[in-house]
Structures are given as C-alpha cells and as structure tokens.
Design a protein around this ligand. Structure first.
Ligand SMILES: [Zn+2]
Length: 525
C-alpha cells in the first residue's frame, strides 16, 4: 500500500512538473529518420573493423594512431563532413610502436609467456638471455644493495599476486533497480564511490612506484635486460598493459618493462624462492618517433545553416588513442565508432542543422585527458586561470562516450540540474530502447571532464559497462553490434536536438579555479 500511494504521489508530482517545465520541440519526422538509419542501415561495425583490425593499437603519437586518424579523416570527408583534419593541441612527446616481442622462460623448463612490453619502454637491442633475479625491497633505501649486480639479469619483485577465485559474470548489464537509484541521486558527487575507486587503484600498485622507478634507474646503469610486472587483475590469459616509461621529448627512452600474467609471475617467484635458477630469452624491438612530438586530435564538422546560430557549436567526441596490447576495441574504438556513425547518420538523412556540429576524436586520453584538455584550452578557455575565449559563449554542449561497448541507458548531468527536463524529453522517443535514466551524478576520468573544468556543459552517457579496458583481449570480437547501433542512434538524436534548439543547453556556474581534479573530475578534497 505504501508503494501504491508513493507511485500515485510521484505521478501527480510529475504531471505538475511537466505543466511548468519548458516543452521541448522535437521533430519526430527527423527522429524517426535517425532511428531508421541508425538501427537498420548501420555502418558502425564496418567503421569498427577499420578502427581496430585494420589499424592496430593506437597509442598516442604512434604510427597506429596516425593510421586510424587518417582513416577517420578520409571516411568522414567521404560522408561530406567539412574540414576533417589532424588538429594540433600542444606538445605531447614521443610516439612509440612495438616492432617485435619474444619473451620466454628457457630454464628449468621451456615456457612461452603471455607477455607485453609496456608503452614507451626500450627494446633489448637484439636477442638476450639471462637469469631471472628476485628483488626484495620495500623502499628505495633497500635498493642500494643491488647496485652493480644487475648486469644481464631479468628482474622480478619478490611478491606473490593473489588470485581471486570468485567467479565474476562475464557480462554485467545494469539492472532496473540500479538505474532507478541513479535517477534518484540528489547529489552530484558520489564521494564514497570515488574513494572506492581510488582505493582499488592503489591496491593494484603492489610495489610502490618510487621503488620500481629506483630499481629501473639501477638496472639501466648496470645493463640489466628487463623487469617483469604483473597485478592481481592479470589472470586467465588476460593482462592489462599501459604506460611503462616517460614519453616527453627530453625524457630518456627508459628501461624494458614487460607485463605478464600473474600465474606465470607467481610460478617464477615460487621457483626462485626455492633457489631454483630461472632463465629467460628476451628479444624486444620498440620504435620511438621523435620527428613530430606535437599531439593531434581529429576534428571534423557539419556546418550550421542558421544565419544567427551557425557560429554556435555542439560537440560530440571520444578518444581515439588506446593501450598497446590489443586494438582497444571497447576502450575506446567503441566510442569512436558510435560518434563517427552518429555524424554519418545525420549526413545520410540530409539534416541542415542550425548550429555547427563538430566531432572530436581525442588523443592522449590514457595519459590524462591531454588531447581534450589541450583542445579546450586553445578553443574555449584555460581551467588554470579561468581566462575564457570568445567561443566559450558559443558551445551549447559536448557529448562523450567512453564506457565500453554497452548501449546508452541514460546520461550523467554532472550536477547540471537545469538540463534534466530537456534530456528527459529527448529520451522519450527511445524509451523502448531502455534509454531513459537522467542522473545528477558526476562521472569522471574521461574527456567530458575537460569541458566541465572550464564551466562548459560536458556530458557522458550512462551505459551498460561492457569493457575489456587496457587488456590484451580488448579486440573487435568484444564489441556488441546491436549495442553500438542503439548508442549511435541516440547520440545522433541528442546532437541533432542540441543543434536545433532555440537556446543553448543551460550551464552550471563557473567552477572556482583549482577546485576540480582535471582528470577524475571530482572535487579536490
Ligand atoms: Zn577510455
């Protein structure tokens, strides 16, 4: 009974609310065309093939990134987008590509290893063989005992990674209750979730970073071969690989750091603890690109047609750069393909947007949202001093996608309550696709944050979080075509509605300088 009364109360409130809320003009004729083009004539999976299989990993400033960027520029130009180009956003650093990797244990028995050199690490300069050496040091001071003893050694820290035996479901769809909870959030900041995430991140760094870096410095001086890394997440054939060395122009090429599975890592640690000699063969070739160290995003546009509004902008985007160990399918080819498909849909149905629609495929996201931050700084304003440029007044909204291949279920308002009623109305024609949740919550750690830090309305959609993020298994087959089609359709509709609306999307007040973490997007505490 309590429940029924509650529901009636809610309905009454919603009716009242709808009476006073601004009614959005929605052109159902265009929305239906978008649905038809997006759901039945989709090309999203063809785009996905080109971004992943055809071009390979897309580490920022690598040849793989350049190949994929060139493809996106060609493809979007062929659809009729204007001025598709590589757009420099500032100094990034060296490009890095892996050209060869052979890593095996050769004694006391032969074991081929699931092994991936981390990005921006050096190669071996030809094949090398050496003993694996157990390193035990809890802090940098304890490393001194190894100086002069690391020549021709492969280094491994004396730590066992714990293996989590609990079964995790392979596919995690969001439940109705979960979505309901999101839509009822009354605070933008979920600090408990933020703290949990930070703690998880810290738990993964079993060996303190300064100890690892201290050991690498000795290893380079002594002429060691490589260091082996792992983490409790690296099991059952899946390993997570990101940065292993610095990339700035003036930084050294660093030391070879190889990520391996915890099963192999633990096995070698157990043998070494029992004084069984372990030997390895390592032959790794990496290539650093130093000719052009600027960072580039891919930018393209559908030009606005309304004489009064065409200088105003609506943006959509996703990061094109990826980790090194696979083709970055769910992180974030999925987002790139959905955003490209959204502009294809809009061109295919021949819309004439009032405002200019601009798509951005970012680089440097994995290194700290660098591409989007650089772009926002040069286009809209600088978060460090809140000096705003004229175009700050012209951007209506930025829409981002970076939580994997799962379909769009809603949108995060980032605390922008004034946009709630607009988005709720825009989701109505997609209720049958389960897209309806509008949550006040902040979500972070991807490119919409770069817009929010200068007070611009940047939004990230709520998705089913289906990711194989940063792993060696983040490949094409992990993409879900029907989810990508659904997402592209809804994104196209949101972008279209934003381009056609009489007014800009409402904004929050400008943030106080220095109060928002520029990567996580959470308030600095
Ligand atoms: Zn990502």
């Amino acid at each position: 009974m309590y429940k029924i009364i509650n529901v009636v109360g809610c309905l009454f409130f919603m009716c009242m609310h709808a009476t006073y809320a601004q009614q959005e003009k929605i052109d159902m004729n265009v929305i239906n065309k978008i649905r038809k083009e997006g759901l039945t004539n989709s090309q999203v999976i063809d785009i996905a093939f080109h971004v992943t299989d055809a071009n390979g990993p897309r580490v920022t400033n690598s040849y793989g990134f350049k190949r994929a960027a060139d493809y996106a520029i060609r493809q979007m130009t062929s659809w009729g987008l204007k001025n598709a180009r590589l757009d420099p956003w500032g100094e990034f650093g060296k490009g890095w590509d892996l050209e060869k990797s052979y890593v095996a244990m050769t004694s006391p028995w032969y074991r081929s290893l699931i092994a991936y050199p981390k990005t921006w690490t050096a190669g071996t300069n030809g094949p090398r063989s050496g003993d694996v050496m157990l390193i035990s040091a809890k802090d940098s001071a304890e490393l001194a005992k190894y100086a002069g003893k690391l020549k021709d050694k492969v280094l491994i820290f004396d730590e066992l990674m714990s293996y989590d035996h609990s079964n995790r479901p392979a596919i995690l769809r969001r439940s109705d209750e979960d979505l309901q909870k999101l839509s009822e959030a009354t605070m933008a900041e979920d600090t408990a979730a933020y703290r949990r995430r930070m703690e998880r991140g810290r738990a993964q760094n079993i060996i303190p970073r300064n100890v690892v870096n201290g050991l690498k410095a000795i290893a380079v001086r002594d002429g060691a071969i490589a260091i082996l890394s792992s983490s409790p997440e690296n099991h059952s054939g899946t390993v997570f690989v990101l940065q292993g060395g610095p990339y700035r122009k003036t930084d050294p090429d660093n030391f070879l750091d190889i990520m391996i599975g915890l099963e192999d890592y633990n096995s070698m640690v157990r043998m070494l603890r029992r004084n069984m000699p372990v030997r390895m063969d390592v032959d790794v070739k990496t290539k650093f690109q130093t000719e052009d160290t600027q960072g580039y995003n891919v930018i393209a546009a559908i030009t606005g047609t309304d004489p009064k509004l065409k200088d105003e902008i609506v943006m959509l985007g996703a990061h094109l750069d990826s980790g090194p160990a696979a083709t970055g399918a769910t992180d974030n080819a999925a987002g790139v393909c959905v955003m490209m498909e959204a502009v294809r849909i809009l061109k295919a149905i021949g819309i004439e947007p009032r405002r200019t629609i601009r798509i951005a495929l970012w680089s440097g996201e994995e290194q700290g949202l660098l591409g989007s931050r650089g772009y926002v700084r040069k286009t809209f304003g600088d978060a460090e001093n809140m000096k705003l440029l004229p175009d700050h007044q012209k951007l209506s909204a930025y829409y981002n996608l970076d939580y994997g291949t799962g379909k769009v279920l809603g949108i995060h308002l980032q605390g922008n309550e004034a946009a709630r009623n607009i988005f709720q109305q825009w989701f109505k024609p997609f209720d049958d696709l389960r897209a309806r949740t509008v949550t006040l919550l902040n979500t972070g750690s991807t490119d919409h944050i770069s817009f929010n830090t200068v007070g611009l309305p940047g939004f990230q959609f709520v998705q089913d979080r289906l990711v194989t993020q940063h792993s060696n298994m983040d490949s094409y087959d992990h993409l879900m075509p029907d989810d990508l089609k659904q997402s592209a359709t809804i994104v196209a509709a949101f972008v279209y509605n934003t381009a056609m609306r009489d007014a800009l999307i409402p904004r929050k007040p400008l943030p106080v300088i220095g109060t928002i973490d520029p990567v996580s997007g959470f308030k600095k505490q």
